[in-house]
Design a protein around this ligand. Sequence first.
Ligand code: NAD
Ligand code: ZN
Length: 355
Amino acid sequence: MFRNFKLVPNVIFGRGCFSQLDEIIEKQRADKDAWAVFVTDDVFQGKDLEKRIPLHNNDLLLWVNVDDEPKTSYVDKLTLEVRNTRSTLPCAVIGIGGGSSMDLAKAIALMLTNEGSSTLYQGWDLIKNPAIYHAAVPTLSGTGAEVSRTTVLTGPEKKLGMNSDYTVFDQIVLDPELIRDVPRDQHFYTGMDCYIHCVESLEGTFLNEFSKSYGEKSLDLCRQVFVDNHPDKDDKLMMASFFGGMSIAYSQVGACHALSYGLSYVLGTHHGIGCCITFDVLEEYYPDGVKEFRTMMETSGIDLPRGLTANLTDTQMETMITVALGLDPLWENCLGKDWKSIMTRDKARSLFLKI
Ligand code: NAD
Ligand code: ZN
């Protein structure tokens, strides 16, 4: 069975294109009462970008905090806040920020038209009704959240996305000027998320020409950013993120993402840094990728924290292993159909102990 892959229908790219956001959203404002919600990372409070958000009278500027990566409880709270703002639903939800803020915007747009808590929809194709029109403006590049059909959420029982065709953004605004001031460490961690997406996709058993074409180009762009320090590196990383997302959408990620999900579920480690720490111990599976990753880390002057699992209780370690090994497709992509005989609980434990 081949998947019929839903794409983002509208993309605008270029330095300064954020200025066109108003005219893009205008098309969604059917009458004078129509209102939009700008789901915006609170890191921009008081910054120049705040003044450039094209707010109309009835619009809601919803600041979101991403110190913790998105949780279902936070999505439910924010959705209620939007519902209680006016008696009508908004005509558009626009996410401005990194992967976390974009995922929150996707989740709010979905939950405004689907009953109950977001915990009910963590899984594949559980969403019943189309979302409110939703758009993304990335201010941090690497996750590929701008093109994916998921919004990753941590719930009381699991860390799992709401995966559906309705999750895909209707519009993305790719303005490389917006990622210029990302702190160096964060730029590296999220950029490496993209690099690791490509390595896992290109080294995986699910590889096909669609994923390969996007993955190879994305990897090439990552090298221009993190090895060559190219003067147009912001433009390049923004496109690398987009292409990396396209590559995994039609293949899968692998061992690094599976293990880092376990790490993040138990310790709350953020996605980008969690992937970096995990990838660094996966030489056995991705020898060339890990070698190049270490060179990029050195060039970027990044030191990774170590010893994260040193003080775990047995129960925490067992949970970490269970969460990681629960991601069957990721392991099958990395190690083939027979993966369970290779990635045993003991093997996973030995890898976690190196982290
Ligand atoms: P993030 O959105 O969590 O942001 C990281 C930090 O960078 C935050 O403190 C944020 O405030 C700050 N920041 C963002 N833009 C900035 C800017 N321009 N200048 C200064 N600071 C800025 O980081 P991320 O790595 O982009 O996203 C990680 C999240 O994305 C995780 O929740 C992960 O689960 C999710 N994710 C989603 C997908 C998907 O397909 N939906 C894929 C991969 C990861
Ligand atoms: Zn990732």
